[in-house]
Design a protein around this ligand. Structure first.
Ligand code: ZN
Length: 302
């Protein structure tokens, strides 16, 4: 008797569940990395379930796909990538997964910049810098591309995506104004920053801060002893006040540079990945706010 009641209760719960999901099943989307995942969530709202392949505090440059990634991609209705060569592993992974989902390149339409000149010639190629999201005007372009991609796959909810995007774009405009004010408050001769890898070229171009890094635009490349020695000389010569740790980079290189150059460590900045949810950079807006505060407090004399 009890069992029958239990089973019939379960049966009706299952029936209800499937009826509900048929009416309004959210879109299953994949974003390649955590920062892009946040932007997709902001636009998708409760209409989209977002899985990210490269999670918080993790490095997308040299990512080794996990066994579950192919299945995640196969189940997705829509895939968002950064593009500009950031995810060198994604095309092969999508192909291997058998996914036929549309792939939206979030950076489409941004003006790319070359690898920042970090003092030496690469010889064979000047890589294009993939970190376009570090400029808020570029992030707005990402949001527009995400909105249009979602509307293409789920046209019935295009108005909801447009409304979410509009609200979020207004928040990005406010963030952009705060960024400009924060950098303007730093004395002009202090607007130089050392980071581990060259992830802030777009930020620097948008807001007028000069970034110097011993590694190139990909964290894959090792900094050579020559690069490190050159940075130390430059810090001393230009009296660069602070170096910054990155959440995805080994801190030891910056600690060595700080020790040998006399620069202080200005805190941790987030370039290619968000922090974990309980950290200071759990969303794109929090990440940019955290980085601005770190640059501002380290580069402004007391
Ligand atoms: Zn990077």
């Amino acid at each position: 008797m009890f069992l029958t009641v239990l089973l019939s209760g379960l049966g009706s719960a299952l029936a209800l569940g499937s009826a509900t999901s048929q009416e309004a099943a959210p879109i299953r989307a994949v974003a390649t990395f955590s920062i892009l995942g946040d932007l997709v969530r902001q636009v998708g709202g409760d209409r989209v379930v977002v899985s990210t392949l490269v999670g918080p505090d993790a490095d997308a440059h040299g990512y080794n796909p996990a066994p579950g990634d192919a299945r995640t991609l196969l189940e997705a209705q829509l895939v968002f990538v950064n593009g500009i060569g950031f995810e060198g592993w994604i095309d092969r992974l999508i192909k291997a997964s058998g996914s036929k989902a549309p792939v939206i390149t979030a950076s489409t339409g941004v003006a790319t910049i070359a690898d920042q000149d970090h003092g030496h010639d690469h010889g064979k190629d000047h890589a294009v810098d993939p970190h376009a999201w570090q400029s808020i005007p570029n992030a707005k372009r990402y949001v527009a591309n995400i909105r249009d991609g979602l509307a293409r796959v789920d046209p019935a909810h295009a108005a909801a995506y447009a409304a979410n995007a509009a609200a979020y774009l207004a928040r990005l405009d406010a963030l952009d104004a705060r960024a400009r004010a924060a950098i303007a408050a730093i004395p002009a001769d202090q607007r130089r920053v050392i980071t581990t890898h060259d992830a802030f070229g777009y930020f620097g171009a948008a807001y007028g801060l000069r970034f110097i890094a011993p590694q190139g635009v990909s964290s894959d490349s090792e900094a050579s002893p020559r690069d490190v020695a050159r940075i130390i000389r430059q810090i001393r010569k230009d009296k660069i006040p602070a170096v910054f740790l990155e959440n995805i980079a080994d801190p030891r290189l910056m600690q060595q540079i700080a020790k040998e150059s006399g620069a202080r460590i200005g805190g941790k900045v987030y370039s290619d990945a968000l922090s974990k949810p309980d950290g200071p950079a759990a969303s794109y807006i929090d990440m940019m706010t955290n980085n601005l505060a770190a640059f501002g407090s380290a580069l402004t004399p007391p």
